[in-house]
Design a protein around this ligand. Structure first.
Ligand code: KG4
Ligand code: ZN
Length: 394
């Protein structure tokens, strides 16, 4: 058994300030001779999410500047919930304080609190910091990245930048009972920003088979929810309302279902919903709202499933994984499972735990372990270069 590592995962790419502490051990990659299986073991010690939904709700979507402001406010209190930090007798060197000033000077409030509430505390037992460095809303992302960099300097521990979507995929490892994932695998990654079909040949060996040409699946859920006057984020509300509706009531398009490739397009579906609603009077909208939610959800789910199954067959994949916020959708999970049973009965099927489907720090810590175990320890310079560049642009 490899040495246990304790990893702090930090995720601020969108509207959640999400931090987690995960203990990890065991190998995390199948080597060429298959002697070393990918069967890591994870224990989630803490998983804290400070959600900004209430703030963005009134705008019907995430406002990047507000997200940045809220992350600055929430990072330290969230870290304090994740870690027990006790007072230190030691003084931090002026050299380190200068470095921290340089990293956080664009966030004066965060810097001030960092010096008072974090830099005066003992170094916690953490071996590694993993932080989302993209893709996402840049002003939001870089608060998290720079906070992670400041912690890394303060505590002298390595830092790894993580791709948000890799995190979403990797969190499926918590559901494997620690048996190795069989490759190749197909991952359907569906979130508010992305819709991707990814061929996972091994961990860290990905091939993008297709993606959305316009709206992401989650974005389509959010926009249609808005048309139906449901709160943001719309996915869970459409799902809830759709349970009371008839999914066959409205004959909506299944865009690109038969396009022959693995790309998606959801803006036509969204427009079809709008046109249909425009033809209804207020009373009809009220009585048929649940039918529309159900019909729209069915159309999206049908397209996602048919392309995933097609890709899994073409690439003879042994595993099918769902990833991203839309993977919280019960209808998608259940109908994909039924289709896999019918079409690919031998395939392993993995879905993230519902509370880990949407953004969280656990997934970033897990992907951090994956990268760390495979020699990615020196992202620091890349992060530094990128963050400096992007910060000046913001
Ligand atoms: O992964 P995520 O938390 O954030 C991004 O990386 O974008 O995904 C958020 C998206 C939102 O668009 C939200 O409406 C959608 O996931 N979502 C759902 C459900 N729960 C969240 N969509 C459909 N059904 C759900 N139950
Ligand atoms: Zn996400």
């Amino acid at each position: 058994m490899d040495k246990k590592l304790t990893i702090l995962g930090i995720e601020t790419s969108c509207d959640e300030t999400a931090l987690a502490l995960v203990e990890a051990s065991g190998p995390f990659r199948q080597d060429k001779n298959e002697t070393k299986k990918n069967s890591p073991i994870f224990k989630v010690l803490k998983n804290i999410i400070a959600s900004q939904i209430k703030i963005h709700k009134k705008y019907g979507g995430v406002v990047p500047g507000l997200a940045k402001r809220e992350h600055q406010k929430n990072l330290i209190p969230t870290l304090q919930k994740v870690l027990k930090l006790s007072s230190s007798k030691f003084q931090v060197s002026s050299f380190k304080l200068q470095a921290i000033d340089n990293i956080l000077h664009r966030y004066p409030e965060l810097l001030k609190n960092f010096k008072i509430k974090i830099a005066t505390r003992d170094k916690p037992l953490i071996d590694l910091i993993a932080v989302t460095h993209g893709p996402g809303l840049e002003p939001a992302l870089w608060v998290g990245v720079n906070f992670a960099r400041a912690l890394s300097v303060l505590w002298d521990i390595p830092i790894i930048g993580i791709d948000h979507m890799e995190g979403h995929v990797a969190v499926n490892l918590l559901n494997t009972d620690y048996s190795p994932i069989k490759f190749p695998a197909i991952a359907l990654a569906v979130s508010g920003g992305h819709t991707q079909l990814i061929l996972v040949k091994n961990w860290m060996e990905y091939e993008l088979l297709g993606e959305t040409l316009d709206d992401a699946a989650g974005e389509a859920f959010d926009k249609v929810a808005r048309m139906l006057k449901l709160p943001f984020p719309g996915g869970p509300h459409i799902e809830k309302l759709g349970k009371k509706g008839d999914p066959r009531k409205f004959d909506l398009p299944r865009p690109m279902e038969k396009s022959g490739d693995y790309n998606f397009s959801f803006s036509g579906l969204k427009t079809a919903v709008r046109y249909t609603l425009e033809k209804l009077n207020k009373k009809e909208i009220q009585t048929q709202k649940a039918d529309m939610a159900a019909s729209f959800q069915q159309a999206i789910v049908d397209v996602l499933i048919s392309k995933t199954i097609k890709a899994a067959k073409e690439y003879n994949t042994k595993t099918i994984m769902l990833a991203g916020g839309v993977a919280a959708n019960q209808k998608l999970k259940k109908e994909l499972q039924e289709e896999i049973k019918r079409e690919l009965p031998d395939a392993q099927y993995l879905v993230p735990q519902i509370k880990l489907a949407t953004d969280n720090g656990v997934m970033i810590a897990i992907a951090g372990y994956l990268r760390y175990q495979n020699g990615y320890v020196s992202d620091w310079k890349v992060l530094e270069a990128n963050s400096n560049k992007l910060i000046t642009e913001n």
